[in-house]
Ligand binder design. Sequence first.
Ligand SMILES: [Zn+2]
Length: 230
Amino acid sequence: MLAVGAHPDDVEFHCGGTLLLYRLGGHDVTVCVATNGDKGSKRIPPGELAAIRQGEAREAAARLGAELIWLGFEDGALQEGLAERMAFIEAVRKARPDVVLAHDPDDYHPDHRASARLVRDALFLATVPHVHTESPALESTPSLYWMDTGAAAFQPTDYVDVTDVYAEKEELLALHRSQWEWISDHSGVEIAEPMRVTNRFRGMACGVRYAEAFRREWLAAGGSAVRLLP
Ligand SMILES: [Zn+2]
């Protein structure tokens, strides 16, 4: 399976529990990070921060037992250009997933929204052999689920009970040390608090302690008829 985040800590925040459950189930997990996260600090200069955040993403992926694909586009400036499209297609082909988790197209951050559209477009084009990238075309289109935005407007179609791995999920997020100060500086909360509240709220909706929520996107071509979430 493949999880695509716009920024280096997004995947841990939005679907880290689900990724831990996939790993426990013996599945291959690939994490793709679209931007270098170089705007996520008040204090550390962007060039220095990008290197720090790549190191943090590598550490989190290693802890998860996941492959990391680092695309390195500029934070806060993700565009839907041809270079970005081809990079997303190649990431999907390299991971060869049955299922893809990505940001919701209505999420709050412009990089999240751009990466949502880039993922949706890449899933179709990844199956087209005449669209050339380094890796061969996919035989079929993977299933696509949008990740929770945490906003009241987000209407989940699926929940994953992450209660048993929730503590480990917080440890994964905490590996993004550069963000402890930034989230507190920028949003006035401790880094794991919004995640804890959202996962507890989603858990209440489906009768468990902590849950991650997703919204299935039914693409016109491809995707499995059965639920591929843990
Ligand atoms: Zn983000």
